[in-house]
Design a protein around this ligand. Structure first.
Ligand code: HEC
Ligand code: HEC
Length: 326
């Protein structure tokens, strides 16, 4: 069994190897080209392929777009009207910098990367448009627009000190351990009324700020929420996000919900209606579909209902046993 100690040691070893490679790479680069400045070595590697993060005005505009997306791109946006009124920051907390708050720290070091959902290598532009089309239920931004350049510049800047290939701690979403039962929308409904309703509302529609442009409390379901193709529509993503971030004020160090509560509330939210999306072209390799993707077909015999709410352990076991033939 892998203990935390083992994992820390392996990460340490990986980091040492990547630092070594970073050193070699930088020396080679310095020898071959004359202008590289005096940035730390890891920094050069992670962000070297993206030059735009060196433009402070663009980075600043990108941060503004992440925190106030709706003001620029929402239904009453002053630049374009192409998204649902949510802000990136509603899900990527503290402008995408919060520890276990779905932060952007890994992006500079890991993109472009292969993603199973599209079955292709994605750059940051594609990844940002994924969230605009799914999490913001909107229309893709032109890759040459100043807005897209600013998003990319800012997101890269958040992870610019991360050595290439390293996975920084606390990035993305907390990996919440599976329950040994199915998560329960009925239990979740009761908990939602106790712990979430004051801000997100009984109908899950959130509260719009007085000027009508952005949300004070964003919607959790319904026509203004993320669509069924969004990452948060997978229960493990939503439950992990909730566990370390909600109710507002929670953090990974001071969570306010038990694991069971996080799963059950997530089940309730995912059981409610939300916009659909044509997902026929997603997951071209079925074996690469995540265990909690709620739409078939699958390579295993388990029904959609179980892929949506669990229990996941039996599916995982089946998949592990059939790995060789998949
Ligand atoms: C409804 C919630 C939500 C909103 C709003 C949202 N995202 Fe995301 N975003 C996610 C989730 C969930 C993931 C995947 C996290 C995971 O699985 O670790 C993600 C992933 C990403 C990633 C990849 C991170 C990585 O490390 O691979 C980028 C980049 C990103 N989002 C950018 C944006 C931008 C820019 C916006 C606003 C235009 C936005 N997102 C709005 C939920 C959201
Ligand atoms: C005190 C108010 C408050 C309470 C209570 C609260 N939230 Fe939130 N929630 C927020 C705010 C504000 C945001 C957006 C954060 C930001 O933009 O920085 C948010 C964001 C979210 C998001 C991501 C954005 C979206 O709309 O999909 C989810 C999911 C969420 N909350 C779920 C919950 C759940 C589940 C509970 C109950 C366990 C809960 N919240 C309780 C204020 C609250």
């Amino acid at each position: 069994m892998l203990t935390d100690g083992h994992i820390d040691r392996s990460i340490g070893a990986l980091r040492r190897i990547s630092m070594l490679l970073a050193g070699l790479f930088c020396t080679a680069t310095l020898a071959g080209l004359s202008t590289t400045g005096d940035k730390p070595r890891g920094k050069m590697l992670a962000a070297a392929r993206h030059s735009s993060y060196n433009d402070p005005a663009l980075v600043q505009y990108g941060k503004e777009l992440v925190t106030h997306t709706a003001t620029y791109l929402g239904p009453r946006g002053k630049v374009a009207r192409l998204s649902n009124g949510m802000n990136c920051q509603n899900c990527h907390l503290d402008a995408g910098t919060k520890f276990w708050g779905n932060n952007y720290r890994a992006v500079a070091a890991t993109y472009p990367k292969f993603r199973e959902r599209s079955g292709s290598v994605e750059n940051v532009v594609k990844r940002v448009n994924d969230c605009i089309e799914r999490s913001l239920n909107g229309k893709a931004l032109d890759s040459n627009s100043r807005e897209m350049k600013a998003f990319v510049a800012y997101i890269i800047s958040v992870g610019q000190d991360v050595p290439k290939g390293d996975l920084p701690k606390g990035t993305g979403i907390w990996p919440l351990p599976y329950l040994d039962r199915a998560a329960s929308p009925a239990l979740g409904k009761r908990l939602y009324k106790q712990k979430c309703v004051t801000c997100h509302g009984a109908t899950g529609q959130g509260v719009v700020a007085p000027d009508g442009t952005e949300y004070t409390y964003p919607p959790l379901w319904g026509s203004k929420s993320y669509n069924q193709g969004a990452g948060l529509f997978r229960i493990s993503r939503l439950a992990g996000y909730i566990k370390t971030n909600m109710p507002l004020g929670a953090s990974w160090e001071t969570p306010l919900l038990s694991n069971d509560e996080a799963w059950d509330i997530a089940a309730y939210i995912e059981s409610m209606p939300r916009p659909t999306k044509d997902l026929r072209h997603d997951w071209p390799n079925l074996a690469g579909k995540p265990i909690d993707h709620p739409f078939g077909p699958y390579t295993d015999p388990f029904p959609e209902e179980q892929h949506k709410y669990g229990p996941f352990a039996p599916i995982k076991k089946w998949q592990d046993q059939h790995k060789a033939s998949r």
